[in-house]
Ligand binder design. Structure first.
Ligand SMILES: Cc1cc2nc3c(=O)[nH]c(=O)nc-3n(C[C@H](O)[C@H](O)[C@H](O)COP(=O)(O)OP(=O)(O)OC[C@H]3O[C@@H](n4cnc5c(N)ncnc54)[C@H](O)[C@@H]3O)c2cc1C
Ligand code: SF4
Length: 550
């Protein structure tokens, strides 16, 4: 067997999203300011930087302003400033506009930019490389390396060229070990290694369960005369039932582009709910269809997002490493914004790691990082909105959002208030039994505004080498048919936005089929499976979606 190669760095970063790249850039800036050598590597499972990034995105430039104050002059792809902000509560055919003056100032999108987070990360990748960061795309990190005291010494990347039955193909290459003085995990929502380390170091002992949503998105090119660059629109209400959180987003930006998407909170209770079909149905509403009519859909994808907020952030630092960005969960749910906090957290972790390395330390706990997060703008921002999601989950959309709005005002006017509602249960525990749930009758796709799932998955560009181990690992292969099917009509068939899971009836029996090649790496199955029986592990590096402008 070929031997595993080892490479040594000062800092190893897993994930080239906004968090990982901001951390890498900040580390190199500090090294240059102090005239110190510092090696930084960023590992990314997408075939290239940005290929696995999917976001809205209305971006608050607060982090970019701090990281690269001249980002506008450096040709960043964020060029469309928000000009108009619309918010509706909608019924099936109508809608009531919610005036922006009713909302606390922190909800305003004034000064924000609309763009593709994927394009922004590609550009951030170039800035990082310009500063001497080593970025390796097409490399999936699968394991951590632990030192004698249990501290993280680095990571191991996935083996390439393993066949589905576990044997080695001729192309077999063992994963590489990359060691560092500190390892920063920037895997985004429900990171696979982050999940293991949260468990191993019991990082969520005090924070309770993280909450998630699934976000589905399409990119449309619309006729020039319909394009309103800078327009931001959000809706709540139809087609979701009142006890299901979520809503649509629609952003006009760039050259005749419109990002349209739909978020469903993953604590929904009806096992018959199908987030993909809710999204397709939502686009038929006149408030959305009027923007898309005459246009062409050019891309599709989906990704989980964190929704637990301030009270669900786990302990951030552990021996040898730290969680940054949405791997920890710095998303502001009512603003649907997380990328600015992902970057800010990466920068604060970088500052803590640099100071430690400069002081000759390595592989200990970076206590300065959580301390600086507590004193940062992230803490002020996230504390103000901390009760919105718990109120929404407890009281439904109409009452919960109204109470959440009142709570945000209270926390804005009286920031010393400390009342914090905890999240009651993890998302996998919220489904009711199929026998007592109402089936949902979804309309057939019209092929103009609404589409079927397989033609959608095609537009994600996802691809997986076929002969490799299935990366959706079932702890017990019998559970889908023996437990989930009778109890919940096997909800994986519906919550997966890429038709990876199917219950196939053949000759009077049913079997569970996994079409792993369709997976768009959204991580929803890992979150929502009621038996917590599905473990998403990275497939071969470079596999997965190939998002271009998402
Ligand atoms: C539908 C939707 C709409 C959103 N809208 C907005 C918005 O309008 N504004 C906003 O500010 N935020 C928005 N967000 C949130 C925002 O996208 C996130 O907060 C942000 O992407 C988090 O950045 P991150 O760097 O922590 O993680 P990510 O952006 O998820 O990046 C993680 C990176 O790590 C890589 N990776 C993961 N695991 C591994 C591994 N094991 N090995 C190697 N590489 C790995 C991934 O491929 C990815 O490139 C939205 C999110 C969604 C899903
Ligand atoms: S298999 Fe899981 S991670 Fe992949 S697309 Fe489906 S729900 Fe998302």
């Amino acid at each position: 067997m070929p031997e595993r190669e080892t490479m040594e760095f000062d800092v190893v970063i897993v994930g080239a999203g906004p968090a990982g790249l901001a951390a890498a850039i900040r580390l190199k800036q500090l090294a240059a300011e102090h005239n110190q050598e510092l090696s930084v590597v960023v590992l990314e499972k997408g075939a290239e930087v940005g290929a696995h990034i999917l976001s809205g995105a209305v971006i608050d430039p607060v982090a970019l302003d701090r990281l690269l104050p001249d980002w506008r002059e450096r040709g960043s792809p964020l060029t469309t400033q928000v000009t108009e902000d619309r918010f509706y509560y909608v019924s099936e055919t109508g809608g009531i506009p919610i005036p922006t003056w009713l909302m606390p100032p922190l909800m305003s999108n004034h000064g924000c930019y609309i763009g593709s987070l994927g394009s922004l990360t590609r550009w951030l990748g170039e800035q990082a490389e310009g500063l001497g960061v080593d970025i390796y795309p097409g490399i999936a990190v699968t394991q951590a390396i632990f030192g004698p005291g249990g501290e993280i010494e680095g990571v191991i990347t996935g083996d390439m060229g393993v066949a589905r039955d576990g044997t080695h193909k001729h192309s077999y290459t063992p994963g590489i070990a990359l060691t560092g003085k500190y390892t920063l995990l920037a895997e985004g929502a429900r990171g696979s290694l982050s999940k293991e380390l949260i468990k191993r170091f019991n990082l969520d002992a005090d924070s309770g369960p993280q909450k998630f949503g699934i976000g589905l998105k399409e990119l449309w090119e619309v006729p020039k005369e319909k394009h309103r660059p800078g327009l931001v629109q959000h809706t709540m209400g139809w087609p979701l039932a009142d006890n299901t959180g979520g809503g649509s987003f629609l952003y006009h930006f760039g050259d005749n582009l419109v990002s349209v998407g739909f978020v469903v909170h993953l604590d929904y209770d009806n096992p018959y709910l199908n987030p993909f079909r809710e999204f397709q149905r939502a686009k038929l509403h006149p408030r959305i269809s009027e923007h898309l009519a005459g246009g062409k859909r050019i891309a599709y994808g989906a990704r989980a997002l964190t929704e637990g907020g301030w009270q669900a952030i786990p302990r951030l630092a552990f021996p040898g490493g730290a969680l940054i960005g949405c791997a920890a969960g710095f998303m502001n749910v009512p603003r649907i914004k997380g990328s600015h906090n992902a970057m800010l957290s990466g920068m604060l972790a970088a500052e803590a790691a640099f100071a430690a390395i400069k002081a000759g330390r390595s592989r200990d706990v970076l206590d300065a990082y959580p301390q600086s997060v507590r004193g940062s703008s992230m803490s002020t921002e996230l504390r103000k909105v901390r009760n919105v999601k718990p109120l929404w989950s407890r009281f439904g959309t109409r009452l919960g959002v109204m109470l959440g709005g009142a709570d945000m005002w209270l926390n804005t006017l009286f920031p010393f208030l400390r009342h914090t509602l905890r999240h009651l249960k993890p998302d996998y525990a919220s489904l009711k039994k199929a026998a007592v749930a109402k089936k949902i009758d979804y309309p057939k796709p019209d092929g103009v505004l609404s589409f079927d799932i397989l033609s959608s998955v095609f537009l994600s560009g996802t691809n997986h080498a076929e002969n490799q181990p299935v990366h959706l690992v079932l702890a017990d292969p019998a559970i889908p048919i023996e437990e989930n099917f009778p109890n919940y009509a096997e909800p994986a068939q519906r919550y997966c936005p890429a038709q990876v899971y199917e219950v196939v009836e053949e000759g009077g029996t049913v079997r569970f089929q996994i079409n792993a090649q369709n997976c768009v790496h959204c991580k929803t199955c890992d979150v929502k499976d009621p038996a917590q029986n599905i473990n998403w592990v990275p497939p071969e590096g470079g596999d997965g979606p190939n998002y271009v402008n998402m």
